[in-house]
Design a protein around this ligand. Structure first.
Ligand SMILES: [Fe+2]
Ligand SMILES: [Fe+2]
Length: 137
């Protein structure tokens, strides 16, 4: 069962951003499976590396689009990306599949990390881009 159930409230309306966000949600589900399945620390670290790599590429894409369209909140948005990556790396370094606290954090992490940023910052960016381009999507 998917742990991060994608629901329409997370859709930004920007096709490419939404596709990449869904991929991130899948990777978080993969992390949950690895933790729940007792796959061990190395396997979990590998999944976390995948999440970080995908997020980094995704953030770069958003930052390119912000620069291209002179998004007024580009600096603030990029700072959020940098903070999210820093948190993800710290989390990866401290992650221990054997402690209850780490397991609990693995369940909570993407909620804060992924959903919050999408709901507020990415939706605002997508709306700006749709307007800048003069069409939706
Ligand atoms: Fe973003
Ligand atoms: Fe995003």
């Amino acid at each position: 069962m998917d742990w991060i159930a994608w629901d329409d409230s997370l859709d930004t309306g920007h096709a490419r951003m939404d596709t990449e966000h869904k991929k991130l949600a899948q990777l978080f589900n993969r992390l949950r499976d690895a933790v729940d399945g007792g796959e061990g620390k190395a396997a979990c670290a590998e999944v976390l590396d995948g999440i970080i790599g995908h997020a980094q590429a995704h953030f770069e894409l958003e930052q390119q689009m912000m620069a291209q369209h002179a998004y007024p909140k580009a600096a603030q948005h990029a700072a959020e990306h940098a903070m999210l990556l820093r948190q993800a790396r710290d989390y990866r370094d401290s992650f221990d599949v054997n402690t209850a606290a780490a397991r609990a954090a693995a369940m909570k992490f993407p909620e804060v990390w992924l959903a919050y940023h999408i709901l507020f910052s990415d939706k605002e960016l997508a709306a700006f881009l749709a307007h800048a381009r003069g069409h939706q999507g």
